[in-house]
Write a new protein. Structure first.
Length: 296
């Protein structure tokens, strides 16, 4: 039996735990189990993977924890991605490239299932837009893997609005994973978040803290944003990280920010943002600092 019926609506936790740095955390299996348990205790039930994370090793590390504590699987949603052929010692491709062929997507889905010791992925995303994608053929692959109970829901990440629409009209997609932060605001203007609202699909957001630039960046934009956010965070009694998450959560598309930290405190700061609602002036004060000019 699949872990979850494919027909059940997709329900991700408001904050999603990102595992792309898992191999860097140097956690043994018991520590990985405990980390997952602590995330669940905070209300973070969705875990974001990709086949290529950690040089193709991160999924298996997480899967070892699930094999040790299999009851955890029923308390979570597993998300993964595929479609990038990344060169490595085990995969000596001539060049990094994209592949959304039926054979490759099926192979990677089945490998992710083995890695994660599960019968079904709750959500599978096409990691990057493949310029050679045959939308009709890929949709058939989605349908076949859904019928087989191997994937419950489908989505994409890092696609343009037209690329999303092309695939969505062939097979319904449930989310779009995009980059958005107080330092990277393209999605506000390129139609991505408008499309999400129009379709009623909640986006997932990677790099919500700007890859750490918010805290250690010395470029003009990072400095401006930090100076604008510091008094707001102090007035609200929250950390800069929590404010950065709250800025994303304020958007009406109702995004799911994805954390990237193995620190429990980093997860707590993300979850704390769920209790913060910025007023429009604070939100636009941060927007103004990031852009370097007032609204037109």
């Amino acid at each position: 039996m699949p872990d979850q019926l494919a027909s059940a609506p997709l329900a991700l936790s408001p904050i999603v735990a990102g595992l792309w740095r898992l191999t860097e955390w140097k956690l043994d299996v018991p520590a990985r189990v405990r980390w997952i348990e602590q995330a669940l205790e905070l209300g973070i039930t969705s875990f974001d993977h990709a086949d290529i994370y950690g040089d193709y090793r991160a999924e298996a590390l997480f899967g070892e924890a699930l094999r040790t504590a299999p009851a955890l699987r029923q308390r979570m949603q597993l998300v993964s991605k595929c479609g990038i052929r990344l060169r490595s010692a085990q995969r000596p491709y001539r060049v990094n490239h994209y592949d959304t062929s039926a054979a490759y997507v099926r192979t990677q889905v089945e490998q992710s299932l083995r890695n994660l010791h599960t019968e079904q992925l709750d959500l599978l995303l096409i990691h990057r837009p493949d310029y050679l994608m045959d939308a009709a053929a890929l949709a058939e692959t989605f349908a076949a893997l859904t019928r087989e109970g191997k994937v419950a829901h489908w989505g994409v990440s890092n696609h343009s609005t037209s690329q999303f629409a092309l695939l969505h009209q062939q097979h319904p997609l449930t989310t779009h994973q995009i980059e958005l932060s107080v330092l990277m605001m393209n999605a506000l203007d390129d139609g991505t978040l408008d499309q999400a609202q129009a379709l009623g699909l909640r986006p997932m957001v990677w790099s919500p803290l700007g890859g750490g630039r918010l805290f250690n960046g010395d470029d003009a934009q990072a400095v401006r944003v930090g100076e604008a956010m510091t008094p707001i965070a102090a007035r609200l009694g929250i950390s800069l990280a929590t404010l950065a998450y709250a800025w994303i959560l304020r958007h009406p598309s109702r995004p799911h920010p994805i954390t990237g930290s193995g620190r429990l405190e980093g997860l707590r700061e993300a979850v704390a943002a769920l209790d913060v609602t910025l007023d429009a002036e604070d939100w636009y004060a941060i927007w103004t600092a990031s852009k370097g000019h007032p609204v037109p």
